[in-house]
Ligand binder design. Structure first.
Ligand SMILES: *Cc1c(COP(=O)(O)O)cnc(C)c1O
Length: 364
């Protein structure tokens, strides 16, 4: 068997490790930036009625027209821009990369950032170039511009705000990169619900810019719906590599329904934003080395030297699952990422973190 695998599976795929998802059973789950809130029962009942109308024997609407119309209305998408749907924005990243992966072409992204950029570059056989952020997790502009000049990337991914750092890049930097890049710039606004910044207005100004968003962090992670906004010229090409029925009937019906009731989701994400700001203040003064400002629904913190994994394990022991990023990138040394959940979950997380830190500090 092993020699079959070695002979036929690509070397670069064998060298990868699969995207790791921790088993969350029994834990307070604060590791994946999910919205913790549910819908009111009355809304759930209405939704079930919508689902009853779905024809599971039929293929979904291949163009997803209803979903696109709802997205346009909900997010004020300019009529000059087109919309493409993905099975999560992960799939959109894949479509863009597949369409642009000429032999020897490069995908560039600041680091640390969303890990799927690099993984997908590998899947499609593109060269990947990661340009380290500076210590404040801002773009290192001289390094970015030098790398763009040197590698002439086909695609640049910029997550705004960035995951796993939670930080925002300045609009001036985004503009300068888009102006200097000859290839396509993709601004990934996965956390749009938790920040006031919005790159959609930039679209009309640059031929080489598209904006990607997702409903996952808003509260619909289970449905898998991402979308890309940009000009007809780009989206026509990306649409060719999209699987025709990539967004299933239940997702299409549910998304249209959810966007009609977007005020419910908006109240939830506003509550998460408030919780985030309170939590950020509370985290001061419990012995953390650093807390980065966040424009997303998570907070990145640095623990005392060489304690991140111990604290992560201790918190897990206390029933709280977060994300340990120590080892993921040199700049993430001793870092933990805390997803902001419901007040009770945040309380449990805070207490577990505080207790783990105290225990450690006492031992020193
Ligand atoms: C979570 C996340 C995504 C992926 O979202 P899906 O739509 O669930 O695939 C994309 N980009 C960033 C920066 C993310 O954090």
């Amino acid at each position: 068997m092993a020699n079959l695998i070695e002979r036929w599976i690509r070397d670069d795929i064998r060298a990868l490790s699969a995207y790791h998802v921790a088993n969350p059973t029994g834990y307070i789950k604060l590791d994946a930036m999910e919205n913790p809130y549910h819908w009111p029962d009355s809304l759930k009942a209405e939704w079930v009625e919508v689902l009853k109308q779905c024809e599971l024997n039929r293929y979904p609407d291949a163009s997803g027209q209803d979903v696109k119309n709802s997205l346009r209305a909900c997010f004020n998408i300019d009529e000059l821009q087109q919309v493409m749907l993905g099975n999560g924005s992960d799939e959109i990243i894949q479509c863009i990369a597949m369409a642009m992966a000429k032999p020897g072409s490069t995908l560039l992204s600041p680091e640390p950032s969303f890990v799927m950029y690099k993984m997908i570059a590998t899947f499609v056989g593109m060269e990947y170039v990661g340009v380290p952020l500076n210590k404040d997790f801002q773009l290192d502009m001289p390094a970015m511009l030098a790398a763009i000049e040197k590698h002439q990337p086909a695609i640049i991914f910029l997550a705004q705000p960035n995951n796993p750092t939670g930080t925002l890049y300045s609009e001036a930097d985004l503009r300068e990169i888009t102006e200097k890049a000859e290839g396509l710039v993709v601004i990934d606004e996965a956390y749009m619900a938790f920040t006031d910044t919005n790159s959609l207005p930039l679209l009309g100004e640059y031929d080489n810019l598209v904006v990607m968003r997702t409903l996952s962090k808003v509260g619909l992670a289970g449905l898998r719906l991402g979308f890309l906004v940009g000009s007809q010229d780009w989206l026509t090409e990306f649409d060719k590599v999209r699987m025709p029925y990539n967004v299933n009937v239940l997702t299409q019906a549910s998304v249209t329904f959810a966007l009609k009731n977007f005020d419910v989701l908006k109240r939830q994400t506003d509550a998460i934003k408030k919780e985030r700001n309170m939590l950020m203040q509370r985290l001061e003064g419990i012995g953390l080395e650093k807390i980065w400002p966040s424009e997303a629904n998570f907070i990145l913190v640095r623990t005392p030297k060489d304690t991140a994994k111990t604290i992560f394990d201790a918190m897990k022991e206390q029933g709280v699952l977060i994300k340990c990023l120590h080892g993921a990138h040199p700049l993430l040394k001793d870092c933990l990422r805390l997803t902001v959940g419901a007040p009770k979950e945040n309380e449990a997380m805070f207490l577990a973190l505080q207790k783990s830190l105290q225990t450690l500090l006492r031992k020193r």
